[in-house]
Design a protein around this ligand. Structure first.
Ligand SMILES: Nc1nc2c(ncn2[C@@H]2O[C@H](COP(=O)(O)OP(=O)(O)OP(=O)(O)O)[C@@H](O)[C@H]2O)c(=O)[nH]1
Ligand SMILES: [Mg+2]
Length: 218
């Protein structure tokens, strides 16, 4: 399987216009990912790792940034649009709604070194679940970041796994500072889920509209 960064680029929109976010869901083979989580869990570090395979250390905290990134998966060009959001505590209800409508998939992060961020993610996940239920369970991956700091861990791997079962989503522990492969794998696994979900919703719509078409002919 190919998993190569073909090109990437910051859209240059430090604060994306809402019109950009209100568009319909992405083309079948592409994916729009919303990266969410409390402050300083490593959202930007994880995104930059995925885009560039590098870890810089310090990132802009003041604004959300949207990236476009093309990756070759199974010999196909796949365009990822990734929205690295501000800390979830700062996102207003309206912005949250808009982001959720826009996203095909969600990357939800906490830091394993901070139980507080895990608690905040639990709180946030209640809001997320309401949306996901009305949107064919928008695919999601829960990431416990900063695994390189296991010696000061405050959240066990089992607690993370348990929450992911409750949320019916994927799970991984990663380290943006130490490892690019696991982060690429996490994004790839989420991408697979998105593709499966799009396929399921197409099959569902085909069944509903297909049967309506058949009924109207009779
Ligand atoms: N040790 C370690 N530090 C990390 C890791 N990921 C991020 N950091 C550090 O954690 C701090 C916060 O990282 P950011 O990527 O800015 O976090 P964020 O979630 O985007 O923060 P906001 O944009 O303010 O919400 C920075 O000092 C990073 O260098 C990691 O995997 N391990
Ligand atoms: Mg950030």
């Amino acid at each position: 399987m190919d998993w190569l960064a073909a090109s990437s680029g910051n859209s240059g929109e430090a604060s994306p216009r809402s019109s950009t976010l209100k568009r319909k869901k992405s083309a079948v083979q592409d994916a729009r990912l919303l990266v969410l989580g409390p402050s300083a869990v490593g959202k930007s570090a994880v995104v930059v790792r995925f885009l560039t395979k590098r870890f810089i250390g310090e990132y802009d905290h003041s604004s959300e940034i949207k990236y476009k990134h093309t990756v070759v998966i199974d010999q196909e060009n796949v365009v990822f649009e990734i929205l690295d959001s501000c800390s979830s505590e700062k996102i207003t209800e309206d912005t949250f709604e808009e982001h959720m409508k826009w996203a095909d998939g969600i990357v939800l992060l906490y830091a394993i070194t901070s139980f507080k961020t895990f608690e905040l993610v639990k709180k946030l996940s209640k809001r997320l679940q309401e949306h996901r239920r009305s949107n064919y369970m928008t695919p999601m991956i829960l990431l416990g970041n900063k695994r390189d700091m296991s010696h000061v861990r405050q959240v066990t791997k089992i607690q993370g796994e348990h929450l992911s079962h409750e949320l019916n989503c994927l799970f991984a522990e990663v380290s943006a500072s130490e490892d690019a492969t696991e982060i690429a794998d996490a994004f790839l696994n989420l991408y697979r889920e998105i593709q499966n979900s799009k396929r399921r919703s197409r099959t569902f719509l085909d069944k509903v509209f297909g049967s309506l078409g058949t009924k109207s002919k009779n």
